[in-house]
Design a protein around this ligand. Structure first.
Ligand SMILES: Cc1cc2nc3c(=O)[nH]c(=O)nc-3n(C[C@H](O)[C@H](O)[C@H](O)COP(=O)(O)O)c2cc1C
Length: 372
């Protein structure tokens, strides 16, 4: 059987060796934006040899106040950049051949200044060093959350400059794929969704106006980074309520990104407000990815409750997505790619020091072979 999941994919200027991506996953383990030398190193080293062709680094704040929590990674200074240099060098040293690294650049907007999930995930209390948040409109995420400042023209200019600066730093780190986080209820989503934006200026109201900020950022970032770095965006396929973004708006967004030279989109959903019911289930966001891919032709990544290699293979083989991303499955099993290659009969290089695993678990294994 020849596996479609293990076929290479060109994402603009970057070719990944297979269609498997590790989704960006906040580790809440950074220190004032700097990667933790132990935690982030082991985390990314493990994922680098997972068999995924693309490893996305977690949501990384473009400015200090854009962090979700005190533990969120950042890329706004020489210090934060330097902290990633060592981590990336270690991860690249053990990465399987061809593995590419991406980073998700983000700003949490009104969802910033929050506790780590394991501390409760709510807004930081007055005694927990909270900070002033900013958004499209001065509306809190939910009851009990900080009321953000509505960004004025100077604030919008500052955010744009911060995304460009962080993207330049990512390119300087040799990161091959840069992704703008425009989903999950964070700042760029707060501008695109009418559930969060009540602006009446050129950044609010019509879809064209609501898309203006992320598109201006995509345009500015594309112009600032080298041609051999791929640019993508994580976008919302639906807010899961008639008052929010729907798939038709997502398609307009993806088409506009494509026209600006964005190389791919990852289609996700939800997170803009509380109290909205989401039909979470196996591959539940793949139909959204399929609609975007069909309507726009942009390289499209699908994500969400893709758990098994066969499910992933089917998503690629059926054309629902060009690439799939898994998050929790890779935390559970950082060798997911090895096991997928085994299940689907694909070839995958192992780190030489671990090559004898093949004899134990791969086809033709002879468990009784004497150790040498
Ligand atoms: C621990 C954890 C951290 C996450 N952090 C991010 C993040 O930094 N950026 C993002 O866009 N999504 C983040 N997500 C969402 C995942 O990228 C993914 O979209 C979601 O978990 C669904 O995929 P899954 O069913 O394979 O876990 C996170 C998910 C988890 C479990």
């Amino acid at each position: 059987m020849s596996s479609k999941l293990f076929e290479p994919l060109a994402i603009g200027p970057v070719t990944v060796p297979n269609r498997i991506a590790v989704a960006p996953m906040c580790q809440y383990s950074a220190h004032d934006g700097c990667a933790d030398p132990d935690w982030h190193t082991q985390h990314l080293m493990n994922l680098a040899m997972s068999g995924a062709g693309l490893v996305m680094i977690e949501a990384t704040a473009v400015e200090r106040r854009g962090r979700i929590t005190h533990g969120c990674l950042g890329l706004w200074s020489d210090e934060t950049q330097q902290s990633l240099t060592r981590v990336l060098a270690a991860a690249r040293r053990v990465a399987l051949p061809g593995t590419k690294f991406g980073i998700q650049l983000a700003h949490a907007g009104r969802k910033a200044s929050a506790q780590r999930p394991w501390e409760g995930g709510s807004a930081l209390a007055a005694d927990a060093d909270p900070w002033t948040t900013a958004s499209s409109s001065a509306l809190p995420f939910s009851a009990g959350w900080h009321t953000p400042d509505a960004l004025d023209a100077a604030g919008i200019a500052r955010i744009k400059a911060a995304f460009v600066d962080a993207a330049e730093r990512a390119a300087a780190l040799g990161i091959e794929v840069i992704e703008l986080h425009a989903a999950h209820g964070y700042l760029l989503h707060q501008f695109t969704s009418p559930l969060a934006s009540k602006r009446t200026d050129e950044y609010g109201g019509s879809l064209e106006n609501r898309l203006r900020l992320p598109l201006e950022i995509a345009d500015a970032v594309r112009a600032a980074i080298p041609d051999d770095v791929a640019l993508g965006a994580r976008i919302t396929g639906t807010d899961w309520t008639p008052e929010g973004i729907d798939i038709d708006e997502a398609i307009v967004f993806a088409n506009a990104l494509k026209a600006l030279g964005t190389d791919y989109v990852c289609v996700t959903s939800g997170g803009i407000a509380t109290g909205i019911s989401i039909p979470v289930g196996e591959g539940y966001q793949l139909p959204l990815a399929a609609d975007v891919k069909r309507a726009t032709g942009i390289v499209t990544r699908g994500v969400g409750m893709i758990l098994t290699p066969r499910q992933a293979e089917a998503a690629i083989a059926s054309g629902q997505a060009d690439q799939i991303a898994l998050a929790r499955a890779f935390l559970d099993d950082p060798r997911w790619g090895w096991h997928a290659a085994h299940d689907l009969g694909a070839k995958l290089a192992f780190p030489p020091a671990y090559d004898r695993v093949r004899a134990a678990v791969w086809p033709g294994a002879n468990l009784l072979r004497p150790a040498t």
